[in-house]
Design a protein around this ligand. Structure first.
Ligand code: NAI
Length: 450
């Protein structure tokens, strides 16, 4: 698959006269982001593992096992592709200073598109206050550092639940995602490794080999990119969309050697029809991606029942009904993976989108509550919340509004449908088996709202 293009402005200011002009005028200079290429190495430079706990040692050993060039101490002036900061045993805010300043001292040596990833533990309310303060301090540290980084570099964090060590399979899977080009547009975010995960070697180049995945809303936009990305990662894909989008749907399905299912997901029997199609045509169903979604924007004062009801019906009620059908079918009980597409509007809110934000916040609530229902089957459910993504939908926004919206994040550019798809492919893989009930924003650290 060809690397997705950056927007025209980003391309213009990346080289030559455009670069000089932007610099002189103090204009934003978004970087060309490093995107995932299965044939390229995970990192092209050394990774520094900061931290002095046994967990840091174990993690460094695991990274050596990936063939990475691992440093346990910074060498002056040596350029670094990534810095991994292990804070798994921090007990008091006073303990931050040394490891964090050590990272600070290496920042000037971070290569373009570099990565900083912390591993720490979640701050639960029942903890002793100083411990909770230390743990939650990491949150503010990472989110601020992400805003300081330049040249396409990102900072993200992994939260290790009790009993999950830094070298647990789920922690390593999350780390690999954050280090790789798969997370190009994920910045200032956290993933929680709630269980150790594990179970057999992972084919990192084609992690979905042998899996059957359903993608709703696959005829175009983000859904089509998800279908292509899951297929690239080895899955057989059932592409679902409304009959009116039949031609585009068939084109997407054919291009990836998948199958097309024309279906309105608001139909009462949508879940059953998906199960029937997947088992009849592919013999199994492992992954469901709830991507289909609509907007019907209006200020609440002008909102009619039709707009409100249509958005809620497509974006959340259909997902609840389909999930109930999937959960009721024993054939879907072998480590199933569900990923739902939410939106940053469902987190921060958006003027004119009370209906849409209610539906997308609903998705987040549903995902958190469904995680426990899938756990007995070794299954997971997570949400991905895209920010400003370059699609036909956002291309229709008037120029000035669009230009502001796409620059208002730490990476100063919109994401691509493929950026959303990469996050979904990761969460749908067995490597992510210990990650469930998470909401991962793919928004370049949108500066508006929460
Ligand atoms: P899109 O409008 O380009 O594509 C949505 C697809 O879903 C269409 O092919 C449509 O026919 C299909 N669909 C709609 N209702 C359906 C139904 N009842 N049954 C079956 N299929 C149906 O949208 P886009 O931009 O690709 O968005 C995909 C998802 O990402 C949506 O859930 C959207 O809310 C979400 N999202 C998009 C963002 C963006 O910047 N484009 C930002 C945040 C979230």
């Amino acid at each position: 698959m060809a690397a997705p293009q950056a927007d025209k402005y980003t391309q213009f200011v990346s080289r030559g006269v455009g670069k000089d002009l932007a610099k002189r005028l103090g204009l934003p200079q978004p970087a060309l982001l490093r995107r995932f290429d299965p044939t390229a190495p995970l990192l092209t430079g050394p990774v520094l593992v900061e931290g002095s706990t046994p967990g840091a040692d174990a993690l460094a050993t695991a990274l050596l096992g990936w063939g990475l060039d691992v440093r346990r101490h910074a060498t002056p002036k040596e350029k670094l592709a990534a810095i991994v900061l292990v804070l798994d045993a921090i007990g008091d805010p006073g303990e931050f200073s040394v490891p964090v300043r050590s990272v600070g001292a290496s920042l000037r040596d971070l290569l373009p598109n570099g990565r900083i990833v912390t591993l720490s533990r979640p701050a639960a309310a029942e903890l002793e206050p100083a411990l909770a303060a230390a743990r939650h301090g990491v949150d503010g540290f990472v989110r601020s550092l992400a805003k300081e980084l330049r040249a396409g570099a990102t900072a993200n964090g992994i939260l290790l639940a009790d009993g999950v060590e830094p070298d647990a399979a789920s922690a390593l899977a999350a780390l690999r995602f954050f280090l790789s080009g798969r997370s190009a547009f994920v910045d200032g975010q956290f993933l929680t490794a709630g269980a150790p995960g594990g179970g057999g070697p992972v084919d990192w180049a084609r992690p979905l080999t042998g899996r059957v995945a359903v993608v709703t809303g696959a005829a175009r936009g983000i859904g089509a990119a998800i279908a292509r990305t899951l297929a690239r990662d080895g899955a057989q894909v059932v592409a679902v969309d409304v009959p009116a989008a039949g031609d585009h749907l068939a084109a997407v399905a054919n291009a990836i050697h998948g199958t097309a299912l024309q279906l309105d997901i608001t139909a009462a029997d949508a879940g059953e029809r998906i199960l029937e199609h997947a088992f009849a045509r592919h013999g199994r169903l492992d992954i469901v991606v709830h991507n289909a979604g609509i907007t019907r924007d209006k200020l609440l004062a002008n909102m009619d029942a039709g707009r409100w009801d249509a958005v809620l019906a497509v974006n959340i009620s259909s997902q609840l009904r389909m999930n109930a059908a999937f959960l009721a079918d024993a054939r879907f009980h072998a480590k199933p993976k569900i990923v739902s597409v939410a939106s940053t509007s469902g987190i921060a809110g958006n003027r004119g989108q009370t209906n849409y934000a209610a539906s997308k916040a609903g998705v987040i609530g549903m995902v958190r509550a469904t995680a426990a229902l899938l756990a007995p089957y070794g299954g997971t459910i997570n949400a991905v919340a895209p920010g400003f993504i370059e699609t036909e939908m956002t291309a229709k926004i008037p120029f000035a509004t669009r230009e502001v919206a796409r620059r208002l994040n730490s990476l100063q550019q919109g994401g691509t449908p493929e950026d959303v798809a990469e996050a979904i492919a990761f969460l749908a893989s067995d490597a992510a088996a210990g990650i469930s009930g998470n909401v991962l924003r793919v928004c370049g650290q949108n500066l508006v709202g929460q």
